[in-house]
Design a protein around this ligand. Structure first.
Ligand code: NI
Length: 182
């Protein structure tokens, strides 16, 4: 009998109340609890093949997310960014320019949405060592940051769609768009 590989992490799915709460600020980044949670999130996002994950998605309502962009089957055009913990994030400034691009979400399986996001943002957050970082992000990385920050505020990408017509099945998305990218 074949063994079905099961994911180690239970990812909260759309409809779960934890995805609709405002997550709480992290008080002590150096605590074992916080450091362990960050390590678990890094494993969870790598296992799921995502480019980001927010703590509420693994049932912890605190203001932490991981960004870890690299090209993969879900996002063939993703730039390279090593797994980075983002704690107590803020967006200080948005560019006026918005652009629409396809997003998926580990909590919204089998769907893709064409989501408008600000192309450039100035952000501030604490890193895993507790150092405050301020950066300008553009394009896909800025998009991941906005998507993950939304999770800390009880929103998913579906809430940001301009039209329900911008939501399509992942099967259709692969057929219509993924083949164009190779
Ligand atoms: Ni998501």
């Amino acid at each position: 009998m074949n063994k079905v590989k099961e994911n180690t992490y239970d990812i909260a799915q759309l409809g779960n109340a934890i995805l609709r709460q405002r997550a709480l600020e992290v008080e002590d980044i150096h605590s074992d609890e916080c450091q362990q949670l960050i390590n678990q999130m890094m494993l969870a996002v790598s296992e799921a093949g995502g480019v980001g994950i927010a703590a509420p998605q693994i049932h912890q309502s605190v203001r932490i997310f991981i960004m870890c962009s690299k090209p993969n089957t879900r996002y063939p055009d993703a730039p390279l960014m090593p797994p980075t913990a983002i704690i107590n994030p803020e967006i200080l400034h948005y560019s006026n320019e918005k652009e629409k691009a396809w997003e998926g979400c580990l909590s919204v399986p089998s769907m893709r949405g064409l989501v408008p996001r600000n192309r450039q943002i100035t952000v501030r957050y604490s890193d895993q060592q507790g150092n405050v970082q301020q950066k300008e992000l553009t394009g896909f990385i800025a998009r991941i940051f906005q998507h993950e920050l939304d999770h800390l505020n009880g929103l998913t990408f579906i809430d940001q769609l301009e039209s329900t017509k911008d939501l399509i099945s992942e099967v259709e998305w692969y057929q219509q768009f993924a083949s164009l990218q190779s």
